[in-house]
Write a protein that binds this ligand. Sequence first.
Ligand code: HEM
Length: 396
Amino acid sequence: MTQDLQLDFTDPAFQNNPHPVYAQMRRTGPVRRVKLPSGLNAWLITRYDDARRALSDPRLSKSMLAVGSAGAGQSNLTTPISRHMLAVDPPDHTRLRRLVSAAFTARRIEGMRPRIEEITTGLLDALDGERSADLIDAFAFPLPIQVICELLGVPAEDQNAFREWSNVIVSGALAGDRLAPAITAMIEYISTLLAERREHGGDDLLTGLIQVREEGDRLSAEELSSMVFLLLIAGHETTVNLIGNGVWLLLRDRDRWERLRADRTLLPAAIEEFLRFEGPVETSTFRVATEPVEIGGVTIAAGDPVVVVLLSANRDGDRFPDADELRLDRPNNAHLAFGHGIHYCLGAPLARLEAQVAFTALLDRFPDLRLATDPDELPWRPGTLLRGLHHLPVLL
Ligand code: HEM
């Protein structure tokens, strides 16, 4: 029943629009073992109910040691950045997450609104007088990067180098020879940054984390650098796609743009719908079964890696009426774009706020915004981890 599916993750047609393939998987083999571009065999989970259950099943472990035994382990190279909260189970997960969760509460994040607005205004001011732009390069990328760097306390002048490494690292095996040097450069950078901050201190999250480590010894050196790594990567690679994919969806059918311009009360629901319909993160990170686990009628053996296809779960017609239709005012939008369970995205309030500020500013400043090219010809980033455009050429 499942043999008919031609699954080639590197096929440009799949990169451009993976939804038809995932729809077929949901129909013909919703829990299915495939070979990923990294060469690893993993179970892909594509239906909403199965996905939600898998994401909160404690028998599916995040621990790198468990993943290692399944052949996907980290090399020695990545050890200093692999002990972060998204790579461990409780009780380590609980401890690591608690250390930073106070900085990411909805209230604390809301306090950053004026500063996020300032950064947004600065980026859009730079486009004054221009007739066209690449909205990814000029806006969607630098906005979240500047925000997370400021929150952590990473100097603005380092942000470009960081963006380059982070891009290579999230493409993983697809980056080929460039991967190892990027990881090494990133590790060196983080350790220099921590050393500098240890000496001079500051009023930022980085300094706060260093103090926690020095006072209570509840954070090992590796846990500290891994935490910084995770926060920077998560802040660099995700929200850009929420802004980019959202603008792409609005402009490919400009009635949506006009509707949102006319009724801003729709914006929060519209952002949730962008997250559901074309979410920034295509697949979850790996989990590994610590014992046989039955999902959707299939038994996953102990030691097998599992990946949840968030993009697919969010298009499941059994959960979302007219799932392949973008509805700016969709009610009950319990999408899985930020994951589910104990690893639910820590940065969700920040990402939502950034998106609100970004879309508001774009709608205000560029009422005539339109795409400069055919929406179906735009280049999507390769790989199955993230779903986002390389470039978004627009007329201002
Ligand atoms: C975890 C999505 C922005 C920090 C996750 C997960 C998803 C996700 C799906 C869970 C992965 C899994 O279970 O395998 C997103 C999306 C974002 C976004 C769609 C933007 C629209 C951010 C931002 C930060 C952040 C801005 C901030 C610094 C984290 C952290 C985790 C996480 C720390 C790990 C949480 C844990 O393991 O307990 N994110 N993220 N994310 N995200 Fe985000």
